[in-house]
Write a protein that binds this ligand. Sequence first.
Ligand code: PTJ
Length: 256
Amino acid sequence: MTEIPKDHPRYESLITRERIVEGVNLGITSRQGLVAQGRGEAFDYIIGEKTIESAAVAERAALAHILLAENPIISVNGNTAALVPELMVSLADATGARLEVNLFHRSDARVHKIIEHLKAHGAGLVLGGKAEKRLDLSHDRAIVDGDGIFSADVVLVPLEDGDRCQKLVEMGKTVIAIDLNPLSRTSLTSTVSIVDNVSRALTNMIQFAEDMKGGTKDSLQAVIDAYDNDRVISDALYLMQEHLKNKAEEKGITWI
Ligand code: PTJ
């Protein structure tokens, strides 16, 4: 691991890179996961590396769905296992959702390593090892647990690919995505699209869960009823453009 000095202006970003590289070294993150991380970093730069207000609105709506669900599942892949294992375990504990490992670049060895990694970060039961059911998809994200994603009513999918997201929505499930690209197929097909970095999104959601857990069913339903996903996506695009414009102007470049 490269030693990153704490006073480096890009300290957080560089530490995150080290975590994902470490995930590859441990055999829990795919090499393709490095590419996905780079894409995420680029979108995060464009949005200003902060949680925008509409993402916080989406995070609260996501929690309302999870807290009202019968069988909510948090889907874990190789990137989220490396970057935010402790946050996924805390969110599961705070909401009663269960964790399920589901991989695009699947191998049984990697599934089991991720299950053990989550357990080492405090998880109890982690689904994904049984994998006896299939969704109607031509790739390995199709492989799911019968009492997990297959029968879930609400699924949280951080850093997902569009195919499975669409399939889960077609199956009548509420799908919550965390994806910094507001125009990805995942963001465009999900019920709730959180355009935020997965580490900020989960940190916020754990905090919001503390306030929202005691809420009545009616108050949680009101959060869902007031939510407008198209508006959230449109707001993210608008703020990305504004952020770039402000950056350009700060540096004396005229925005045309
Ligand atoms: O571990 P596996 O085999 O299941 O594979 C996981 C990856 C992430 C490699 C796989 O799902 C994949 O290839 O995903 P994509 O199609 O690259 O999509 C990932 C999306 O997540 C992209 O839109 C990225 O912009 C976004 N993204 C990347 N890093 C972050 C992110 N969004 C939020 N927070 C991040 N840290």
